[in-house]
Unconditional design. Structure first.
Length: 125
């Protein structure tokens, strides 16, 4: 990992009502493995040493609205996942439990929702 000024980004943490279930979704989607699993905290590190994913319990989690609308729960972030083929990756995402979002803002990107409702994008790179 590249380190600048003594800082290294290691993990992006996502809140969910069931962190274990959401971690297992991303484990299947990305082909990574759960490393730590506790009741309220699960980690899925990048096996290549890049930024990994953490999942923490959030009992009051409210699914974000996509696309965002005033007065609704806003997404706090989303993941960008580079793929070789949008159709193949999309079929895999759906088989893992993702849902294709109704709103698609770009032709070369597909927005999906994970089982907890967090949007993530698949894009060809």
């Amino acid at each position: 990992m590249t380190q600048t000024n003594g800082l290294t980004l290691t993990t992006v943490t996502i809140s969910a009502p069931d962190p274990g279930a959401l971690a297992r979704f991303y484990e299947r989607l990305l082909g990574w493995e759960v490393a730590t699993e506790e009741l309220d905290w699960v980690t899925v590190p990048d096996p290549d040493g890049g930024v990994g994913l953490g999942f923490q319990s959030e009992p009051t989690h409210v699914r974000p609205t996509w696309p965002a609308r005033a007065g609704d729960q806003q997404m706090m972030m989303h993941l960008e996942i580079r793929v070789d083929d949008l159709d193949t990756a999309g079929a895999h995402a759906r088989a893992c439990g993702a849902t294709l979002a109704d709103h698609q803002p770009q032709d070369d990107v597909r927005v999906y929702l994970d089982p907890a409702g967090h949007p993530f994008c698949l894009w060809v790179g």
